[in-house]
Design a binder for this molecule. Sequence first.
Ligand code: URA
Ligand code: SF4
Length: 222
Amino acid sequence: MAEQTPEQLLEAIGAEVRACSACRLCEKRTKAVPGEGAIKSGIMFIGEGPGFHEDQQGRPFVGPAGKLLEEMLAAVGLRREQVFITNVVKCRPPGNRDPQPDEIAACNAYLERQLAAIAPRIIVTLGRYSLARFFPGAKISAVHGEPKFADSRAYVPFYHPAAGLRTPAIKQMLFEDIQKLPGIAKQLKELHDQGYFERKEDDTAEAAATADEPASDQLSLF
Ligand code: URA
Ligand code: SF4
């Protein structure tokens, strides 16, 4: 059988998510929200979980927090269609309660498969649960906007846009942090060119899967 394209893989993951009943969040969802966007930009934003509007529409970040995310993207010349946007859990926790550990664990395989299909060069985490997934034990106030270079990519923690809507100082930090992405993309390319990732001994298995040279059109948006 011919190898599936990343688009086909993502479509298949999306279909599975929409039919998924692997955790209790399936019971009260209106629509599951697998995620959407471009693969080839190499940039992926990972939020927490769908809220009210996302659950209604089956699309990520389409409410007020999504509007702020779109404004942030516009500040560095990006449109939402040019990046991939998804969440740690794909179904809305009732009343926007926090996702529970067993729900996050049940949903993690979908995120893993999306990461493998997209092989993003930059992963931006939005909010607590996405931070915890990629920066265990980190405090957002200490690490926001600071890239971690590992697995042939840059992980960049951001505050959650919803926190920016509540607190003007956080909104300002979100805009400052997104302005760092072009520089981070440049740094990442330099590290690749220097063989940094090949030399790193603590690279994980995840890295081995994505250690190829970046596709030439990845990160060309900046
Ligand atoms: N908040 C999130 O974390 N994700 C969404 O998709 C919308 C709001
Ligand atoms: Fe399945 Fe994830 Fe939805 Fe739970 S949150 S039902 S694991 S898609």
